[in-house]
Design a protein around this ligand. Structure first.
Ligand code: ADP
Length: 245
């Protein structure tokens, strides 16, 4: 009986999330559309009146339109990822693999921002059930957020990203820690909400963590956070060791 109740609660919270998502998407797509509308109206009015547009204005307006199209496209691409989450089957995999791949991809970016990183990988991790690409996406989200959190560290403050992987009882655990600005206690429980972002307009979609959370749950894992404002943040991924193992 209690199992059923739990299932109902899960279903109810999924529905609530879908509703929130729909409202969020409408709102998030409306903003770029408004900007595009204003910009294109301006251009067509000038053209219709046979007026010439100063090169500087033309550059600004078309640049703004293009940027807003990118933003809308990023939101749509994230939504597609969301929709696909359940379609991808889990396979036995080594969680160290996506960790290593992420640094092949983002290493250069981190170097450019003078962010150091340390990998403390436990060799021969037991396999978990998951999908390599999806989990790479989760790690990319976590590493990108860590990068963003450290970008504005004052000169002299350490910019260090640390990733640990290890076995804990029957779980495989990955911790991603940064020495960035941290997360204020009053928003800590909101960061997994779709569209919640504290980043400047155009920089964040607020979807990274909610998608990551959904992916991790799909593979029976957990994604949790601990943070000290002004000192840094640690995200923890935890998956049960594959029972086939
Ligand atoms: P986005 O990165 O587009 O804002 P996310 O869902 O990935 O969306 O993150 C939501 C918010 O959580 C961020 O805007 C930021 O406020 C906070 N956050 C996430 N990761 C970190 C981190 N490592 N350090 C500090 N704040 C973080």
């Amino acid at each position: 009986k209690s199992v059923q109740k739990e299932a109902q609660l899960v279903q109810a919270s999924k529905l609530a999330t879908l509703g929130e998502m729909a409202a969020g998407i409408a709102h998030e797509l409306n903003q770029p559309l408004n900007v595009i509308k204003i910009g294109s109206d301006f251009l067509s009015e000038m053209a219709g009146n046979g007026k010439s547009i100063a090169e500087k204005d033309l550059k600004e307006v078309t640049g703004e339109i293009s940027g807003q199209v990118d933003r809308a496209a990023a939101i749509i691409s994230h939504m597609r990822d969301f929709a696909r989450i359940a379609d991808i089957e889990a396979q036995e995999m080594d969680l160290n693999k996506p960790i290593q791949d992420v640094f092949k991809m983002l290493g250069q970016q981190l170097r450019l921002r003078e962010i150091k990183w340390e990998l403390h990988i436990q060799e021969n991790l037991p396999p978990i059930m998951g999908d390599n690409n999806r989990l790479e996406q989760v790690l990319i989200n976590l590493v990108t957020n860590a990068r963003d959190a450290m970008e504005k560290n004052p000169a002299g403050a350490e910019r260090l990203l640390t990733i640990h992987s290890f076995t804990d009882n029957n779980d495989v655990v990955v911790r991603v820690s940064d020495t960035g600005h941290g997360i204020a206690a009053n928003i800590l429980d909101r960061i997994f909400e779709p569209f919640f972002t504290t980043k400047e307009v155009g920089k964040g979609t607020g979807l990274g963590l909610s998608i990551s959370h959904a992916i991790v749950e799909d593979y029976n894992g957990t994604l949790t956070v601990e943070s000290t404002e002004g000192a840094g943040t640690t995200f923890e991924l935890r998956f049960p060791v594959s029972s086939r193992h």
